[in-house]
Design a protein around this ligand. Structure first.
Ligand code: NA7
Length: 529
């Protein structure tokens, strides 16, 4: 049986950097990846229009000055193919592939208490032993396939945005249906509408979307950032979402500004595009009254863009803006002015079933060649719980987390010694620039493993008290914001039966300070032996 110091699961941006760090520290380490290539999220999400919503100069590794200087991003927001090229470039440049085993899915990991080792089994029936197991499996990696009656009868093609085929998908002249209007759908719909014959969009909840204003990056802008890249990174790390220092950080309340000035500020931000919109005032994510002003502005924009008043009304989002992740688009609302696009509100016309030819709602029958599920993910915990992970006394992670994930710092959970999660529930992860959060976790884990070695110890796990306190703290912080007020995937609310618990930690700098304090206090809240 192979034996390693560390096994990393997943070769996305988390797994790749983790591998690089631990290999440099001299540990025997391998990375197992289910896909046939690196890139994680960006390997699987290849749907038309897939694009990052964090700006390219920020959504990239900061740990290698040479890398960040030499890589040339072409657009303000990178499209999926360019991000995947970047991931491949990193894998080659740092010779990571020799320690990544592709098409190798981990099915189970059981902790053997006497041997103090994790016993890991793969789909290829290999069994191996490792001292540390690091789950770098991503927050949006288990797709959500909601149940629809009759789906098995449908003779057409079905696709999921999060599992898009690797060969070209030709939708020309096809009748296409798409279910869902989250970020993936909002990016894909304008592209699909241009390509296909007719597109029917099935919407359950209208989302807030802001124009991305994507454009080519100018040499001037790139050179300006590269001249002071470290400073640029440091400023962004001080922001609550570890991004956008140039447009977040407003100090004024939306309620303290007269109507006309506020309107102009929203207008400026709408024109500038992207997440900057939510940075207009310091209380848009905190006070309902302030939030309503921003939400109303977007609703008015929707009505001014969409020609058909009935469609505009259906598209008008009615909840709290930013409570679900804000969507960024290119021509999303404009697409509904096309003759070949139709919007169906499934609240008033519920989908009853799939038929052999398409979909039957309560009041119509639709024929489709292809139906696209843009129905999102079992986020943050989905992939961790799909692996059969068993800790001390055979307890499964599923049993332990039956009422919601319990972690300390989003890094570890008690009863599961030497099991680390990168961007696990309870850490800032999806509320931040993921790459920056990933780097902070990877660096923390590397220091931790080195420290255990330095102490001539072999095991680490958090205490139950520390993790209980942490979960309460994460929820208390979230409760000071508007995040818990809607049915988002941050709360697990998109998956029937999933416990409703706010999973990410709000605020990057506070989180980093807590992690640093824990280390400064000799790994307070952990037991090392
Ligand atoms: P999201 O944001 O979870 O969106 C999924 C969409 O699918 C959303 O509009 C859902 O409606 C809809 N949905 C899910 N199940 C159903 C059923 N059963 N019937 C009708 N509609 C349904 O996933 P995305 O992939 O778009 O984006 C995920 C993240 O990736 C995004 O936040 C960015 O960070 C990138 P609902 O809103 O639940 O009513």
């Amino acid at each position: 049986m192979r034996e390693l110091d560390v096994l990393i699961v997943g070769a996305g941006f988390a797994g790749m950097y983790m591998l690089h760090r631990l290999r440099k520290e001299g540990f025997s380490v391998k990375c197992f990846e289910k896909g046939a290539g690196v890139g994680g999220t960006w390997y699987w999400n290849r749907y038309p229009g897939a694009r990052c919503d964090v700006e390219s100069m920020e959504y990239s590794y900061s740990w290698s000055e040479e890398l960040q200087q030499e890589w040339e991003w072409s657009e303000r927001y990178s499209g999926q193919p360019e991000i995947l090229r970047y991931a491949n470039h990193v894998a080659d440049r740092f010779d990571l592939r020799r320690d990544i085993e592709f098409e190798t899915e981990v099915l189970s990991a059981h902790f053997h208490a006497t041997a103090q080792r994790w016993i890991v089994k793969t789909r290829h029936s290999e069994t191996l032993k490792c001292q540390y197991l690091i789950m770098a499996t991503g927050c949006l990696s288990s797709t959500n396939h909601p149940h629809f009656d009759g789906l098995e009868d449908f003779n057409g093609r079905t696709l999921h945005t999060g599992e898009w085929p690797h060969n070209e998908v030709n939708l020309e002249n096809e009748k296409v249906g798409i279910i869902g209007t989250g970020s993936s759908a909002i990016q894909a719909i304008p592209h699909i509408a241009e390509e296909c014959g007719h597109l029917t969009v099935f919407q359950r909840t209208p989302n807030f979307s802001i124009p991305a204003r994507n454009q080519p990056l100018s040499a001037e802008e790139v050179n300006g950032i590269k001249a002071e890249y470290q400073e640029f990174r440091s400023l962004n790390r001080l922001m609550p979402a570890a991004l956008g220092a140039k447009f977040m950080g407003a100090t004024q309340s939306a309620l303290d500004v007269e109507d006309e000035r506020r309107r102009q500020e929203f207008e400026n931000r709408w024109e500038y595009g992207g997440f900057s919109f939510l940075g207009a005032y310091n209380d848009l994510g905190l006070k309902l009254e302030a939030n309503k002003l921003a939400a109303q502005f977007v609703r008015e924009k929707v009505s001014s863009i969409v020609c058909d008043p009935e469609t505009a009304k259906k598209l008008s989002p009615h909840n709290v803006i930013g409570c679900k992740r804000l969507c960024l688009d290119t021509n999303y609302y404009e697409t509904y002015n096309r003759d070949n696009v139709e919007l169906v509100d499934v609240n008033t016309s519920p989908i009853e079933r799939f038929t052999a030819d398409g979909i039957k709602t309560s009041d119509s029958v639709y024929q489709f060649d292809t139906v696209i599920f843009a129905t999102g993910f079992d986020a943050m915990t989905g992939t961790l719980l799909r692996v059969d992970i068993r800790g001390l006394n055979g307890q499964t992670l599923k049993e332990k987390w039956y009422a919601g994930p319990i972690t300390y710092l989003g890094l570890m959970t008690s009863g599961f010694p030497n099991l680390f999660m990168i961007s696990g529930p309870g850490s800032p992860s999806v509320l931040t620039n993921m790459i920056i959060s990933i780097e902070q976790h990877v660096d923390w884990i590397t220091d931790c493993i080195n420290s255990i070695k330095g102490k001539k110890a072999s095991l680490i796990e958090p205490t139950p008290d520390a993790e209980q306190e942490w979960v309460q703290y994460v929820n208390a912080v979230a409760d000071q914001t508007l995040y818990p007020t809607c049915n988002s995937w941050y709360l697990g609310a998109n998956i029937p039966g999933k416990p409703r618990v706010f999973m990410p930690h709000v605020g990057f700098p506070n989180y980093v300070a807590r992690c640093d304090d824990v280390v400064a206090n000799d790994y307070q809240g952990f037991v090392i032996q």
